[in-house]
Write a protein that binds this ligand. Sequence first.
Ligand code: GLA
Length: 411
Amino acid sequence: MNDPLTLPEVARQAIAVFRRAALADSDAAISVGWAPGRMNIIGEHTDYNDGFVLPAAIHRLVALAGTPADEPFATLYSANHQAWARVPLGDDVAFAGEQVPLWARYVQATWRQLAMLGSVPTSAGFKAAIVGDVPLGGGLSSSAALEVATAMFAQSLGGRALPPLDVARACQRAEQAGADVAVGIMDQAASCLGRPHSAMLLDCRALTFTYVPIPEDAEWIVFDTGAPHTLATSGYNSRRSECEAAVAHLAPVLAHETPGRQIHALRDITLADLTQHSALLDDVLLQRARHVVSENMRTLAAAEALQKCDLAMVGMYLNQSHASLRDDYEVSCFELDAAVDVALAAPGTFGARMMGAGFGGSIIALVRPESSAKLCERLVSEYPRRTGRNGALVPCDITGEAGIQAASWRA
Ligand code: GLA
């Protein structure tokens, strides 16, 4: 149980918004659940290939504050969108569909996933206010934070607590249903399991993880390019299909060569396999597979370098990751490349890369603390000159953690 005085600011704001929006009877006790956004140090587009990722939860959160309700609906107010929504929760009503705003669909879809696992509270529905300071569409997983915050809120209302990775999987399914994108587990796992001052090396097949302490003698700069995510949904789903197609071409041949060898995903394939059997793949599939296979290696190596506080090495892997995402996976864009170039040209930068799914969104750069102010200045002044867009620095501390405060606030 959290001491009300140490509730995160966003959770307090959600309670205040809930009160102001007069969503509750004056004597109702308000519960609150919250969850963080994430940055990803490395391991991009590897999660849905059964690979490795190294995300870290940031101090930016989404919180839901509210009360149970007797009718099978969620009555929601989003402070960020300044909008209301009322969505059905029962299993007998069809999925909310397009007429419901996306943010409300995420809440609805998460609730339904939790209901299937028997971990929603006994009340038929709920009323909640939603507040967040994870930038929307900036590649910091605001939607995963919203889903996991919904799950935490369900728990704060008395829903049965599930193991965090079961919550992450339920939230991943909710994201897939809500946004129609076949996302992997990384964002929801990071939001559920992130710990302050640590990155999390997650094996997305075994769903096992270790925490890697974040060295104090470097800073992580996140810069949102402001580039629109126009191709994000179709681009993401087509990359995923291409990875599956590459496995389908390679698996029978590799299994025939080495009887008993199990090949279910690009995780099971090596760079040597790709070199030896490049003729089985067209150029595009070869590029996609090469990115994933090499990114898995970089992720493991970067986690080890981080553990050893070898920041120059971590930076080198970030740079290689960017080149691979740009040239082989083709999910970068002009703005992301420009921001990375500006960051790399600044003295004291260990490395930089696009972060998240790509097609817009943010970059991260790893920089010496004494050089970080200069780097930020350069991004703010040079990036608009190069791209004609105003990007924005998004200060992020690696101090996020999901949490709840059950029914102790009087409206
Ligand atoms: C999005 C998805 C994740 C992951 C990244 C790319 O953030 O939600 O599952 O695939 O893109 O690494």
